[in-house]
Each structure stands twice: as C-alpha cells, then as structure tokens.
Design a binder for this molecule. Structure first.
Ligand SMILES: Cc1cc2nc3c(=O)[nH]c(=O)nc-3n(C[C@H](O)[C@H](O)[C@H](O)COP(=O)(O)OP(=O)(O)OC[C@H]3O[C@@H](n4cnc5c(N)ncnc54)[C@H](O)[C@@H]3O)c2cc1C
Length: 396
C-alpha cells in the first residue's frame, strides 16, 4: 500500500521544521518531513543567525518581533538551548538614510518592538573603540542579537517529533506527483516509491526550482553565494552588540569563542552560484575588501588575523522576500525564497504557514499573509520596504 500523510513537507531545514512544529502545536500531527541528507544540513547550518526587527515591511518586522519572543523563551518552549544570545542589535546609517531609519523605528514602535534611536556616544559605550565617523544615526534594539540556526532548527524538529510528526532523513524527493487536472498529490522518492499527501509543502531552499520544475512551476529563485569571515582580533571580543553597518554594507557579531563573524550586506552585484558546486572559502579579493571595511569600523583591533572562512547561499527572489503560500497547482504549498533572512522570522514563518494551511488566513493581524503570495511577481507588485534605504534596500 502507498504510504501517505495529510501533509508532506519536503526539506528538513529551518522553515520546513518550523512549519512541522507549528502544525503539530495546532493539532495537525499527520505530517511527514522528508529530508534528503540530515536535518539542518542545508543552508540553515551556515546561517549567521542574526536577530533584529529592523525591516521596512511591517509584516516582516512583526514576524521578527514574534521570533524575538520565541527565541527569548526557548528554554521553556523547546526545553533546550537554541544558542540565542541577546547581545542587543545596532544598525548604523549615513546622512542619506536618516529619514528611512527614523520612519522604520516609528513603525517598529507602533508594532510594540522595543527600539530607540541612539547617538554615537551611546554606541561607543556599548562597543568601546568602534569608529563611527561614517554614521549619522543609529537604531538600537536591546532585545536583538543572534541565535544558532542549527540548534534552533533541531529544536523545532525535536518538538515536532515529540508531538507525533514523522521525520525521514536520507530520503530524496525526485519529483512532485501531479494529476492530469493539475493537482499535486504526493512525491516520488529516489528509490521510485511514492508517498501521497493532501498537501505537499516545498521547503527545499536553494534547491527548490528543480523540484518545482517537475510540475511545470517556474520559481523565480536564484542562488546567491555569500562568504563569511571569522576574525580573531588578537584577544577575545568582549560582549558587544550585533552591528549592521549600512554605510559600508557589512555586519559584525561576536562568536561564542570571542572571534568576530563578519558578513556582507552589499547585494548590488550578487554572485550567482550552483548550489551543488560553489567554493566554500572566501576568495582573496573578497577578504581584502571585507577586512578593509572591518578595519575601518574597528581600527584598534590588537592583532587581527583571519581565523577561517566559509560560504553559504541565499535562495533569492526578485524582491528578496520569501514566498509563503499556495502554488498555482492545488495541493502544493510554497515555503521558499527566504533570501538570506529566514532565521529571525522562522518561528513566525511556521506559524503563518500553519495558519494558511489550516485556516487559509494569518492569525496575527500584524502579519498579512497575502504579502508573501507567489503571484505578486506576475502581478508586478513586489513586496518592498515602506521606507527603503538608499544603496541597502535588500532584506529590509
Ligand atoms: C551564509 C548565510 C547567512 C545567513 N544569515 C542569516 C542571518 O543572520 N539572519 C537570518 O535571519 N537569516 C540568515 N540566513 C538565512 C537563513 O539561514 C535561511 O533563510 C534559512 O536557514 C533557510 O532555511 P530553509 O529551510 O529554507 O533552507 P535549508 O536550510 O537549505 O533547508 C532545505 C533542506 O531541503 C533539503 N532538500 C533539498 N532538496 C531536497 C530533495 N529533493 N528531497 C529532500 N530534501 C531536499 C536540503 O537537504 C535542506 O536540508 C543566512 C543564510 C546564509 C546562507
């Protein structure tokens, strides 16, 4: 007899597992997660895990705020540490972007997010030695910080399993099954067997276009490679806030071992890569540029050296925002295109996906489920910031 589940989720990363967890919390436990490798072995394992509510799209700010509240109570909710470090989060902008920053902060406060604008002296008190000549204004979220995406995803998976969700690893889906009328009714595995479902959730990140194509779906998702540097300052970095520099376009946060994790925020010429064949090391010219930016921000590092580097890939959509909702083919639900900012919103992604799957509508009045519809691209109405930053619009 063919195996079946009410909901089959393809992809055991953060978003698929958050959805499995949320469905189970709502009582839907006839859920089967299919992961071709091991849980969280995809891009989730490479995430910088930065947590901030600083978005220009109100639904995303509200989703990130929900994330902060879940992460802050992770011990109680999941019974385990998810690596969340509430370091505080600062975003700094130049003269050209003070207007959007002020407008975003006002919007965040309306949503209930604890956030304030602070001056350079206040930033220097939080991070002694930081050089701030490039900046004109800062927003500070005391409850922001960073978490461990692998630990978080595993916590979602463990909780989902304890509630009855089935998880199958080393199980590759090679095609979605579609009836002549267009409905998707299951998946075909690499061994040729089929699993049938009322709904198939596609949560396969950068690998989604290949599976979408098996039912003629042209997903507007590209793979953007992003190198990450780990820098040893010469002595352990003290507890400092997580910092987004929207002038020189990079972000910096402290690793638990005292190194600095440094990532890129310049998406003006994305490096499009093959998700199955990309260099997992930062290139020399990238390192030179990134270290130059870091030294401009932290000119007094005692004896800096590059400890290591690696690279991950974002599943970018044309507006750098995710697709969460039904596909044109009935029976298929899309959970793809998180575009490099899917960690902080993942608890709310799971909640929204469960709402849409079970009720067809978002349960949070601050989160408009319609914002993330697939059809927005064909309609020519991308999801964009209300207060866009000059030169740094993506992911905000
Ligand atoms: C370098 C980097 C830094 C980031 N930093 C941040 C950050 O600071 N803050 C933030 O909020 N977000 C950040 N993100 C984004 C966030 O980590 C991702 O959006 C999120 O982890 C994506 O989760 P996912 O479940 O969509 O994808 P993935 O974790 O990639 O999961 C997809 C899963 O699907 C599986 N799969 C694929 N094809 C198949 C198949 N055919 N059959 C079965 N299984 C399949 C894969 O093996 C994989 O496990 C970052 C991402 C990267 C890469």
């Amino acid at each position: 007899m063919t195996e079946s589940a009410r909901v089959v989720i393809v992809g055991g990363g953060l978003e698929g597992l958050a959805t499995a967890w949320s469905l189970a919390e709502r009582g839907e436990t006839d859920v089967l997660v299919l992961e071709r490798n091991t849980l969280c072995s995809g891009m989730t394992g490479k995430s910088s895990g930065i947590v901030r509510c600083h978005y220009g799209v109100p639904s995303l700010a509200a989703m990130a705020w929900h994330g902060v509240q879940v992460f802050s109570n992770a011990d109680e909710i999941f019974g385990t540490d998810i690596g969340f470090r509430q370091t505080g989060y600062i975003v700094g902008v130049g003269d050209n972007n003070t207007g959007p920053l002020t407008a975003n902060v006002a919007m965040h406060r309306d949503l209930g997010v604890p956030v304030e604008t602070i001056d350079a002296d206040a930033v220097r008190r939080l991070w002694p030695g930081i050089a701030l000549d490039d900046f004109a204004a800062f927003a500070y979220e005391p409850l922001g910080g960073h978490g461990d995406a692998y630990m978080t995803g595993m916590a979602y998976g463990t909780r989902a399993r304890s509630l009855g969700v089935r998880v199958r690893q080393s199980t590759e889906v090679v095609a979605l099954l579609q009836r002549e009328g267009g409905d998707v009714y299951g998946v075909t595995l690499a061994d040729g067997s089929e699993i049938h479902a009322d709904t198939v959730v596609l949560a396969t990140g950068v690998w989604s276009p290949t599976l979408g194509a098996t039912v003629g779906l042209d997903l507007p998702i590209r793979t953007q490679r992003e190198p990450i540097l780990l820098v040893d300052q010469g002595e352990p970095t003290p507890d400092v806030p997580t910092f987004s520099d929207l002038v020189n376009l990079h972000y910096v946060r402290r690793e638990p071992n005292g190194e600095l994790l440094v990532g890129n925020s310049d998406h003006s010429s994305p490096e499009i890569a093959d998700p199955d064949a990309y260099s997992n090391r930062a290139a020399d010219d990238y390192i030179e540029t990134a270290v130059g930016k870091l030294e401009r921000l932290l000119p007094n590092m005692p004896d800096p050296r590059l400890a290591s580097s690696y690279a991950g890939c974002y599943d970018i959509t044309p507006d750098y925002n995710p697709i969460i909702g039904p596909a044109p083919a009935p029976g298929l639900f899309l959970l793809v295109g998180f575009s490099g900012h899917g960690y902080k919103i993942s608890p709310a992604v799971g909640r929204l996906a469960a709402d849409l799957l079970l009720d067809g509508i978002s349960s949070d009045p601050a989160v408009d489920g319609n914002d993330f519809r697939f059809s927005r691209f064909a309609e020519g109405t991308p999801l964009v910031s209300l207060n866009p930053y000059v030169g740094a619009g993506e992911m905000r």
